[in-house]
Design a protein around this ligand. Structure first.
Ligand code: COA
Length: 408
């Protein structure tokens, strides 16, 4: 039985910062951020967006045309959760009016809980092929104003329906794992920004890749040439290329530098213009591969490496299915990517430093441009979400908007 992704969609904030503006403000050569780190634009959430609204917006699109009555599990993967107890999945479940005979849970392990969620979802579907699982990966990546991690910040969500009727990609059954207790990136409960040892985290990432890959090879008998394309966890876009060259070297691949780059480059395009979205990052890379590659990828095998600081790595594979292009909302995504408001540095810093009150008093957030859901405010220490009436973007209109809008 095949299990995998039946539908997939992303959502990103309607605002962003041009990385050149950040470089100028921080007195850094822009080519360090653009070439050295590989970022061009950073998605910035408005004060009335959080991981719940980002995730619900992605899920709304992912559920288009899906039989909602078959969804009996909602898994929300995040490392920038909004509550220590209640699962963000419950808010999403309510905003989307999903069936009440449903289990709802939040998962955490830095950037890779979305991958464990995917594999738990596949196991559920293998046991109950009539059921579908809604998986939401949503994060806001914050490192701090002026910190080395600042140019890699971003935000976004990916939602996927995992089922026994996959239309996009059928996932393989084998997964290579690696876990080691290290302190490369973490966020204590009392902090809004992550603590990170950036250079060390790159080393640990590479080591976890090697170990997870070796375990995957043992489990599956696969080899480097088994895959046409590779998607890596992308804390910043150049990390994908670095990781791929590292793996190719280990495996003594005979491919040229250009050939290796072609295996990974299409998965980097969205990250360059969104930034890190932690749990969603690997799957934004998959969408980028599927939606920006000029050729049909039907039947091609993709190797995935998921990394979560702390740390855990997972390597796995999948096969792109015939007709996958028809099942992707590419025009909606293109419209999201191209139709964003460029913030000034002062506006970015104002959004960034905006905090919700901690006294539990009634508070209303200012209304900004959002998707179909927004964070309306707080009352009695409870977050209040609301639906925002939407003008439905028809595919033809979206295509026109893509042509007209400045490429952001
Ligand atoms: N033009 C072009 N490239 C330049 C440059 C310039 N003027 N100046 C520096 N660079 C290159 C560097 O050579 C380096 O490339 P390399 O890694 O291939 O050698 C790259 O830009 C980054 O420079 P570096 O000095 O290492 O940057 P940094 O100290 O600011 O830190 C990170 C970079 C990624 C470690 C930092 O952004 C970070 O901590 N990010 C968050 C954590 C993270 O993403 N971890 C990854 C694993 S999860």
């Amino acid at each position: 039985m095949k299990t995998g992704i039946e539908s997939i969609s992303m959502y990103i904030p309607r605002f962003g910062l041009d990385i050149r503006d950040l470089a100028k403000a921080r007195n850094v050569d822009p080519s360090k951020f653009i070439r050295g780190i590989g970022q061009e634009f950073m998605a910035v959430p408005a004060p009335d967006e959080d991981v719940v609204t980002l995730g619900a917006n992605a899920a709304l699109q992912a559920l288009e045309g899906v039989d909602r009555s078959a969804i009996r599990t909602v898994i929300f993967a995040t490392e920038s959760g909004i509550d220590q107890s209640k699962a963000a999945a419950i808010y999403v479940h309510k905003l989307l009016d999903l069936p009440q005979n449903c289990r709802t849970v939040e998962m955490k392990q830095a950037c890779c809980s979305s991958t464990s969620a995917l594999h738990f979802a596949m196991a559920t579907v293998a046991l109950h092929p009539e059921q579908k699982v809604l998986l939401v990966a949503s994060d806001v990546a914050r490192y701090g104003l002026g910190s080395p991690g600042e140019p890699t910040q971003g935000a976004g969500a990916v939602a996927m329906v995992i089922s026994a009727q996959p239309k996009i990609i059928a996932m393989g059954e084998h997964v290579g794992y690696y876990t080691e207790d290290v302190m490369d990136f973490w966020r204590p409960n009392y902090m809004d920004e992550a603590l990170v040892d950036g250079k060390y985290s790159i080393k640990v990432y590479m080591h976890a890749l090697e170990e997870a890959w070796n375990d995957y090879r043992t489990q599956s008998q696969a080899h480097f040439e088994s895959f046409r394309h590779f998607c890596y966890h992308l804390p910043f876009s150049r990390m994908g290329l670095k990781a791929h060259l590292h793996l190719a070297r280990l495996e003594k691949s005979g491919l040229s530098a250009a050939g290796l780059q072609a295996q990974v480059e299409p998965s980097l395009a969205y990250n360059r213009r969104i930034g890190n979205a932690y749990t969603a990052s690997l799957y934004l890379g998959l969408l980028s591969l599927l939606e920006t590659h000029p050729e049909s990828l039907e039947g091609n095998r993709v190797g995935f490496f998921s990394y979560g600081s702390g740390c855990m790595g997972a390597f796995f594979g999948g096969t792109i299915l015939p007709g996958y292009r028809k099942a992707l909302p590419t025009r909606v995504h293109r419209d999201l990517m191209t139709n964003r408001q460029r913030l000034t540095l002062a506006e970015y810093e104002a959004f960034y430093t905006h905090t919700l009150p901690q006294d539990g008093n009634c508070y209303r957030t200012d209304r900004h441009r959002t998707g179909a859901f927004r964070l309306a405010g707080l009352e009695n220490h409870q977050r209040l979400y609301e639906k925002v009436p939407q003008v439905k973007v028809l595919a033809a209109d979206a295509a026109e908007a893509c042509a007209a809008a400045p490429v952001m």
